[in-house]
Ligand binder design. Structure first.
Ligand code: GLA
Length: 751
């Protein structure tokens, strides 16, 4: 049983295969958090709590007369409240009808159900009924009637737990939620490092690791999207944790809007993490009887290091977050015309690229920005979702059919959440944009945001996008979002409710995406936000892949994809081979390195293939063949980070879950004279298994010289040797040398 309740002692233990998460209803009805870590059974862990009269840390009234050592200011809790004696970051802050800001939650009851709860209108982990259990704990404030239902989902086999909260106003007066986090968790004794993922446009998800210090530290976004700048995914780990060992917890917020993750080490060295919607852009009025549902956080714990943590997260996102037929179906190798043509194309030019790409083995052609309205640059036309037949030289259907006739599927780019001032849509509906009356709005890329919090806007976009998808043979959509939201305001709400705009926008976006993905289940949707500005588990519920970055420089991509891999599976990482010199950096990595980096993702192309030499075309044919051959291993296998790009050589490995085969890819990021050999320890192999190790240089010209290397072209070694002894890579012979190492099981020791 995943959820064990001991009603006599008020102990609730969430058990997964290798972890235990425990809480306890104490004598005052406070819901304490008593443990999260490796599996321990169901002992009441509250014996660990050390109570002491901590001067200046007050006591709840019922405890105050006799228990001056009982203070919410230091007790580990499941859902802390603002204004009633806990001064650490709170999960819940309520403005009551009398203007006071206080809430005090006590447990009313709890129940367990089979299966995983769902969250209507919001992304959430899903599971078969037999794969999960859910716990609901009801807490209430005795004064105002504010009630909170804490929701927990447990997926025991995966070691994954989810949390969310539903807040209901059972009182007689309206209240305003000023903060409603999804998760609060306290550690009494652990001293953790905090790993967060920061970045900027073209350089997303760079990991930073720092020891948590006293004081509140936070990352978040108030940009309307989860942002390039901080990702809503974080790790807490013990200072000694490495890729292969050590305790670590990972928290992924299934939300694509404004978020806040706060951590504090408190006065007695305890650590708290609070995660949820960002309170700066949030104030939600609850009339009597109304409820507010927070988004969900999924999390996992392992003592097996950061690599194991990532593999669990990869699996849960791949199998329990990404949905629809494309979550598991083989995705097409695509070519996108953006970096090939930008806005400067005709239908004929696109067909030319598609034909050439088809001859290389590419399966899907994506027409990017510029095919609709008056859109020859990024200053106009957004919002006018009507094909520009003059520019295309034909209808959208005819273009799709021409692409299909070239042997390719056809896909399109859209950016439905934005609008140009110079557009028919803006002229017809100026009140549909996000703009404060009487103020000039902040522009970005010379565009405004369409107010997705409004039902009529949602309906209009659903109708328009549906009409386009039905009008032509379209099997793929790239859904873009190219600016941060500012001037938060909606014409549809009265002043009292303006604080609801940001979250209502996200709910509107989710409703539109849900409707479109359900109506067009065969269409593959790829998310995008000026590259990876909305790369989060919430979006992955609707779009099983996301364009990882507008930076297509293969060497920069190694860093970006390395950071992304901590929280997100390879199958979600949109990655393309582009031209050199690279358009973002001016650097020129060899085609072999560009192919290798893109293969550690969904694999596609974004360059004018009609301009390639025949040698380059041949190399691309080879890359596509390699990707196809290893598709299952790359997209669904276990992923191991063997060396970070900053170490001089980025090395990663895909291994079949049963250890039957593996593929190691390495790209040298630094080459020195008189080089020191680069050595890695493989993982995920069968210790007793004997593996044929085949090393190739995927550059066809240079690769032919491989037999002259000191490294044997092929040898047979045991899994134990490759893991414990390791593998020394052949020395690099040029800039950005790539090595590909295939490991094929060819027997077991002793056979
Ligand atoms: C964004 C995307 C790019 C491209 C352009 C088109 O920047 O991230 O890939 O689609 O928009 O305007």
């Amino acid at each position: 049983m995943a959820i064990m309740t001991d009603r006599e002692n008020g102990v609730i233990s969430l058990q997964t295969r290798r972890t235990t998460y425990q809480m306890k209803v104490d004598q005052f009805g406070v819901l304490l958090h008593t443990y999260y870590g490796g599996r321990i059974g169901s002992d009441d862990m509250s014996y660990q709590i050390c109570t002491l009269d901590r001067g200046m840390s007050g006591n709840p009234y019922e405890a105050g007369k006799t228990r001056r050592d009982y203070s919410l200011d230091v007790l580990p809790q499941e859902y802390s409240c603002w204004g009633t004696g806990d001064y650490r970051p709170s999960a819940l802050k309520v403005r009551n009808a009398d203007g006071s800001r206080a809430v005090e939650l006590r447990v009313v009851d709890y129940r367990v159900e089979e299966g995983k709860y769902t969250l209507p209108g919001l992304p959430a982990v899903y599971a078969e009924e037999r794969e999960a259990q859910s716990l609901f704990v009801r807490l209430a404030d005795r004064y105002t009637g504010v009630e909170v239902e804490l929701q927990y989902g447990v997926l025991p086999e995966l070691d994954v737990i989810t949390r969310a909260a539903k807040i209901t106003n059972r009182g007689g007066c309206a209240v305003v939620l000023e903060k409603a986090a999804s998760l609060c968790i306290d550690w009494q004794f652990e001293r953790y490092d905090w790993i967060t993922f920061h970045g900027r446009h073209c350089m997303e998800r760079i990991p930073t690791r720092q020891a948590l210090r006293h004081g509140v530290q936070s990352v978040g976004s108030t940009r309307g999207g989860s942002s390039h700048n901080y990702n809503p995914f974080t790790i807490l780990c013990e200072p000694s944790a490495t890729e292969t060992a050590g305790a670590c917890c990972g928290f992924s917020f299934l939300y694509s809007g404004d978020f806040l993750m706060e951590a504090e080490v408190d006065q007695v060295d305890q650590t708290r993490l609070v995660c949820g919607i960002h309170p700066d852009s949030f104030a939600w009025t609850l009339e009597p009887g109304e409820s507010f549902q927070t988004p969900e956080v999924l999390f996992t714990y392992t003592d097996g290091g950061l690599g194991q943590l990532s593999r669990t997260l990869h699996r849960v996102i791949r199998e329990h977050v990404c949905r629809g037929e494309w979550a598991h179906k083989r995705r097409p190798v695509l070519i996108n015309n953006w970096e090939a043509t930008y806005f400067d194309f005709t239908g004929d030019k696109l067909v030319q690229i598609a034909r050439e790409a088809a001859s290389l083995g590419v399966e899907l052609f994506v027409m990017d920005d510029g095919w609709f309205g008056k859109r020859d640059d990024d200053n106009s036309g957004l919002g006018d979702w009507f094909p520009n037949e003059k520019k295309l030289g034909c209808t959208l259907r005819e273009l799709g059919e021409r692409i299909n006739a070239a042997g390719m599927k056809f896909g399109i780019w859209v950016e439905p959440e934005a609008v140009s001032e110079d557009s028919d849509l803006y002229r017809a509906h100026p009140d549909w944009v996000v703009q404060i009356p009487g103020r000039r709005p902040c522009l970005a890329r010379n565009q405004l945001i369409l107010d997705f919090s409004r039902r009529e806007v949602q309906e209009y976009i659903i109708e328009r996008v549906s009409a386009i998808l039905s009008s032509a043979p379209i099997s793929y959509v790239k859904w873009d979002f190219n600016r941060s939201i500012s001037d938060n305001f909606t014409h549809s709400l009265d002043p009292r409710h303006q604080g609801e705009f940001s979250h209502r926008y996200v709910l509107g976006l989710y409703r539109v995406l849900e409707t479109l993905t359900q109506t067009f289940p065969h269409v593959l949707f790829e998310g995008c936000s000026a590259g990876g500005g909305r790369f989060d588990a919430g979006m992955l519920y609707y779009t099983p892949q996301i364009w990882c970055s507008d930076n297509t420089d293969a060497i920069n991509r190694l860093d970006i994809q390395y950071g992304t891999s901590f929280g997100y599976p390879i199958s979600t990482v949109g990655a393309h081979v582009s031209a050199v010199p690279n358009h973002q950096t001016g650097c020129s990595a060899p085609l072999s390195a560009r192919g290798c980096a893109a293969m550690a993702g969904t694999f596609g192309f974004e360059l004018d293939v009609t301009k390639l030499t025949s040698a380059e075309k041949e190399e691309i044919r080879g890359q596509i063949a390699t990707f196809r051959e290893h598709y299952d291993l790359i997209q669904n296998g276990d992923y191991y980070r063997l060396a970070a790009p900053g170490e001089g050589c980025a090395v990663w490995e895909f291994a079949a879950r049963d250890g039957g085969e593996a593929l190691v890819q390495a790209v040298f990021t630094r080459v020195e004279g008189n080089p020191v050999p680069f050595h890695v320890h493989l993982q995920g192999l069968r210790a007793e298994g004997r593996y044929r190790v085949g090393v190739t240089d995927p550059d066809p010209v240079q690769g032919s010289k491989i037999s002259k290397l000191w490294f044997p072209r092929e040898c047979v070694v045991s899994g134990a040797a490759l893991e414990r002894g390791g593998l020394t890579l052949p020395l690099p012979r040029r800039e950005y040398q790539v090595w590909q190492v295939r490991l094929t099981l060819c027997g077991e020791d002793g056979q």
